[in-house]
Design a protein around this ligand. Structure first.
Ligand code: LHQ
Length: 255
């Protein structure tokens, strides 16, 4: 259900149920979370990309897989979706949501949860939950209003309107839109650029930003001061300063 490839420090995890637009079942969700944790533990992996096979990114929960299950909704979320979103947020490496096609329901949440969101031109996002009279989950209620504000988030959720890539870029739901034809290569090139950046500094930057999303300014200042000490004591900092003085590009990747 998940395909893994690695190239130049970039681990790509591909959701692989293309005939269902990569709708998620438990096996897929647990495999994805496991693959993320393994990628975190492998030092040679510097960036993780999550993408979908075929024409969809992820159509959310597989609706053919819900009847007769022995878990409540709450148990189901706590067993599968919530650990996945928490793993992405706490991963020590940048996670790119490479949204190749439609992202719906929990798939939309997955598209938003990446540290960076790269979209194909034909990709789209739908907070589809209200179509089946459910509440947005897997972090959608946290991510979306922080990006577009309370009111637009409510509108997108209440009407389940499809957001296309031009609007996603304008609304801040993605950082880049690439042509469909070159999407995979463009994502790989972007991820490799990120992989060449100082991994320790990026790890701490992610920690600081995640922390500041729910902190006061005072707390953020204290956190920055603490993390800056860790960054400043790392060899990457010395390399960055030395490279600057020597007027050469810094070399942040060591074998
Ligand atoms: C699907 C699905 C799908 C199965 C397309 N399941 N087959 C958490 C915890 C507990 C319970 C419930 O939920 C959650 C979180 C959630 O994610 S709730 C939201 C669940 N997702 C949806 O409601 C989305 C349903 N899908 C759609 O609305 C459309 O398929 C979208 C807008 C995603 C794409 O539309 P189209 O591009 O027109 O594609 P399509 O509808 O023709 O889909 C292609 C195939 O994929 C089709 O199968 P078929 O055999 O007819 O070719 C669909 O049945 C299948 N598929 N989504 N979620």
């Amino acid at each position: 259900v998940i395909t893994e490839t690695t190239q130049a420090g970039v681990r790509t995890l591909t959701l692989n149920r293309p005939d269902r637009l990569n709708a998620a079942n438990d096996a897929l969700l647990l495999a994805l979370t496991g693959a993320l944790r393994r990628a975190d533990a492998e030092e040679s992996v510097r960036v993780v990309v999550i993408t979908g096979a075929g024409r969809g990114f992820c159509a959310g929960q597989d609706l053919g897989d819900v009847s007769g299950r022995d878990m409540t909704f709450t148990e189901h979320l706590n067993h599968t979706y919530n650990p996945l979103i928490r793993t992405i947020r706490s991963l020590n490496k940048p996670v790119i949501s490479a949204v190749n096609g439609v992202a719906a329901g929990a798939g939309a949440s997955l598209a938003l949860a990446g540290d960076l969101r790269l979209w194909a031109q034909s990709a789209s996002l739908i907070e589809v939950f209200s179509n089946i009279a459910l509440v947005p989950d897997s972090g959608s209620t946290w991510f979306l209003p922080r990006l577009v504000g309370y009111h637009r988030a409510f509108e997108l959720m209440a009407l389940a309107e499809r957001v296309r890539s031009e609007d996603a870029l304008r609304l801040g739901l993605c950082e880049q839109v690439f042509p469909d034809e070159t999407f995979a290569q463009d994502v790989q090139a972007y991820a490799e650029r990120l992989a060449a950046r100082p991994a320790n500094a990026l790890k701490l930057t992610k920690q600081a930003l995640v922390f500041a999303q729910t902190s006061t300014l005072d707390e953020a200042l204290d956190q920055e001061a603490a993390l800056q000490q860790i960054a400043g004591d790392h060899w990457e900092h010395e390399e960055g300063v030395t490279a600057f003085k020597e007027k050469r590009p810094a070399q942040f990747v060591r074998d």
